[in-house]
Design a protein. Sequence first.
Length: 220
Amino acid sequence: MKKLTLLLSFFIPLFASAQKSDSTSTEYKIIRGGFIEHSTELKSKRYIKNGLSEIKGGRKKVASGAYKDGERIGRWYFFKFADSAIVDQIYNYSTHEVETSNVPENTTYEIEGSETSKNITYPCKIGGFDYGMHFLTKEFKIPGELKSLNGRHDVFLIFTIDSAGKLENYEQKIASTSYNSSKTVDLAKFKPDDLTFIPAKVNGVAVKSKLILKKSITIN
């Protein structure tokens, strides 16, 4: 009897593992811009994401989290493109809160009404500055006429966000001693998710704001 009991106890975990394996499947899908999502589906609910998910750009992990019935739940981790070991942002889809977010250097804000208050929440994009704003920032291209002007040129990507968190204007400016330009980007070329931000707040009230990313270009 002891041998039989031992044999049965050996097969129970294998049976449980087989049941779990039979109940789920992993799907691979190119979601946009070459990013690939590795997601879990229940075999009883095909094409509806349930369970763990990971998004990759090439071999690098850029995001990971979980779904329930096709909706993101709990903490999602978004990673830096340059080093996927560094967390760029943690966003909790269950509480709808940004738990941590890495703000790049040379990022500034203009918050409506912030002059009279210290209780300020800055605007941000779900997904962080690398993944969340990827399709907005990659829209910037070096103008052809600038490529022949040696020196350093400052680039300002200016995002105007209304109190509802909607991107209402996107301006690209270049400034240097030898070159100056300003361009308003057509927002119609983006998807709705690209235009959705978490708005700035002053004393708990959502307000209009500007998020400004400063970069530089050196032409040799």
